[in-house]
Design a protein around this ligand. Structure first.
Ligand code: GAR
Length: 198
C-alpha cells in the first residue's frame, strides 16, 4: 500500500473520495496523513473520522511552511502527495523535492482557466465545454504533465454553483482513477507527457 499524503484547505470532498477508494481497495494506497492550511477546514473532520493523522499548518513563511510540510510527509513515509483543494501556492523547492510524486486536481480543462474561480472563468468566457484535470505539479501554478481530464457541457443557465457541482462529481472519479494508476506505478512521464503502462 503506497502511503499518500493529502493537502487540503476546505471542504474535502476529493479527500473523502480518496479515503473511500483506499478503504474499498480501489486504490492500492493508504492515506498516511492529511495536512491542512486552514484550521476550520471540514476536511479535518473527514480525516479524523477516518482515523488518519491530521495536521494543521502553523503560521509560517512560505519556505518554512513548505519545509514543515515536507518534514511531516517524510515522518509518515509518504511516497505520493495529493493536492486536494489546497489553496496555497507551493515553493519551487517543495515542488522539486516531490518532483513526479506530486499531483493536483484543478476544476478546468488545463491549460485553460488557471488560478482561482476556474468555473466562473469558464462561464464568463462563454465556453460550451469545461471540466477538470489531474496533473503532476510543476513550479508554475496549475501547470504540469496531464494525467486525466473529464468534461461537462456548460449550460446556458449554469451558475458557478451548478457547474461546480457537476465538476466536483467528475473530479472524484478522475482523481481516484489517476491515483489508482499512480499507486500501481503505471504512470510514466516522458518529455512532460504522461503515458500509461499496460
Ligand atoms: C476542487 O474543485 C478542486 O479542483 C479545487 O478546489 C476544490 C476543492 O474541493 N482546486 C483548485 O481550484 C486548485 N487550483 P474539495 O475541498 O471538496 O475537494
Amino acid at each position: 500500500m503506497k502511503p499518500l499524503g493529502v493537502l487540503v484547505s476546505g471542504y474535502g470532498s476529493n479527500l473523502q473520495a480518496i479515503l473511500d477508494a483506499c478503504a474499498q481497495g480501489v486504490i492500492a494506497g493508504r492515506v498516511a496523513c492529511v495536512i491542512s492550511s486552514n484550521p476550520k477546514a471540514l476536511a479535518g473532520e473527514r480525516a479524523q473520522k477516518a482515523g488518519v493523522p491530521y495536521h494543521v499548518l502553523p503560521k509560517l513563511s512560505a519556505e518554512e511552511r513548505d519545509d514543515h510540510i515536507t518534514a511531516v510527509l517524510k515522518n509518515h513515509d509518504v511516497q505520493g502527495v495529493c493536492l486536494a483543494g489546497y489553496m496555497r501556492l507551493l515553493t519551487a523547492g517543495f515542488v522539486e523535492t516531490w518532483w513526479d510524486r506530486l499531483l493536483n486536481i484543478h476544476p478546468s480543462l488545463l491549460p485553460s482557466f488557471k488560478g482561482l474561480h476556474a468555473q466562473r472563468q469558464a462561464i464568463v468566457a462563454g465556453v460550451k465545454v469545461t471540466g477538470c484535470t489531474v496533473h503532476f505539479v510543476r513550479p508554475a501554478m496549475d501547470e504540469g504533465p496531464i494525467v486525466l481530464q473529464a468534461t461537462t457541457p456548460v449550460f446556458e443557465d449554469d451558475t458557478e454553483d451548478s457547474l461546480s457541482q457537476r465538476i466536483h462529481a467528475l473530479e472524484h472519479r478522475i482523481y481516484v482513477q489517476a491515483l489508482r494508476w499512480y499507486c500501481e506505478d503505471r504512470l510514466i512521464i516522458k518529455n512532460e507527457r504522461v503515458f500509461l503502462t499496460p
